[in-house]
Design a binder for this molecule. Structure first.
Ligand code: GDP
Ligand code: FE
Ligand code: FE
Ligand code: FE
Length: 193
C-alpha cells in the first residue's frame, strides 16, 4: 500500500464511524467526483479525494459538541447563533484537524468553505469540493445535468451557478441565509457582470 492508501484507509474508518450509511456513501461519491474535477483542473487528485471524503465528517455531531468546539478553538462567538448547516463546515474543519490529524491547510480550507462558498479568491481545491458536493452522482435536483455540464467547461461558472441557485432556493423557502453565502454570491456576480 502507498502512504496515501494507508492514510485513506484509516481516515475512511473514522469518517464511517461518525456518519449514517447514507451520508458516508455521499462522502465517498464526493471523493470520486472531486478526484475527477481535480484531474481536469490541475489539482492533486489524492488531496481532492481526501478532502471530499472528510468534508461532512462533523455533520451528525450533537449541537453541544459544536458549541463546546466554538469556545475551545476560539472561533467567532457569533457562530453560536447559527446551526449545524453552517457549523459542520467551519467548526467541522477544526474537528477534522484535531480528531483525524489532517493538517493540510488546503483541505481544511476546502471543508471550511464547502457550504457557503467564497469569493473569486476561493482556492481551486475549495471550488472542487464545493462543486463535487453539489454534483456527485447521487444528486438529483432540477438542473443538475446543466450544472454538471457548466462545471465541466468552467469550474468558476459552476461555482457561480451553485451560489445563484442555492441562494434562490433558500430564499424561496424563507430560510435565514448566512452572510458569507451572500458575499460569496455578490463577489462572483460582480466578477461575471
Ligand atoms: P451537505 O452537507 O452535503 O448536505 O451540503 P452542504 O454542506 O453544501 O449544505 C448543507 C445545507 O445548508 C444545504 O441544505 C444548503 O442548502 C444549506 N445552506 C447553504 N448555505 C446556507 C445558508 O447561507 N444558510 C442556511 N440556513 N443554509 C444554507
Ligand atoms: Fe456539507
Ligand atoms: Fe455544498
Ligand atoms: Fe456534503
Amino acid at each position: 500500500m502507498t502512504a496515501f492508501e494507508e492514510e485513506w484507509h484509516v481516515v475512511e474508518k473514522k469518517v464511517s464511524a461518525q456518519l449514517s450509511a447514507g451520508r458516508f456513501q455521499h462522502c465517498l461519491r464526493v471523493a470520486d467526483y472531486a478526484r475527477r474535477l481535480a484531474q481536469e483542473n490541475g489539482v492533486d487528485e489524492n488531496q481532492a479525494a481526501l478532502a471530499g471524503l472528510v468534508h461532512d465528517y462533523a455533520k451528525e455531531r450533537p449541537v453541544e459538541d459544536f458549541l463546546t468546539a466554538i469556545n475551545h478553538f476560539h472561533l467567532d462567538p457569533d457562530l453560536k447563533n447559527w446551526n449545524r448547516a453552517i457549523w459542520h463546515g467551519v467548526v467541522g474543519a477544526e474537528m477534522i484537524q484535531d480528531e483525524l490529524g489532517i493538517d493540510d491547510p488546503a483541505i481544511l480550507a476546502a471543508v471550511r468553505l464547502h457550504t457557503t462558498g467564497a469569493g473569486v479568491e476561493m482556492p481551486t481545491l475549495a471550488k472542487i469540493v464545493f462543486m463535487a458536493d453539489y454534483l456527485e452522482t447521487g444528486r438529483d435536483f432540477p438542473g443538475v445535468k446543466e450544472a454538471r455540464e457548466i462545471t465541466d467547461k468552467s469550474l468558476d461558472r459552476g461555482v457561480f451557478y451553485q451560489l445563484q441557485h442555492t441562494l434562490s432556493f433558500l430564499a424561496e423557502k424563507g430560510n435565514v441565509i448566512y452572510p458569507k453565502t451572500f458575499t460569496s454570491y455578490n463577489d462572483w456576480a460582480r466578477h461575471f457582470a
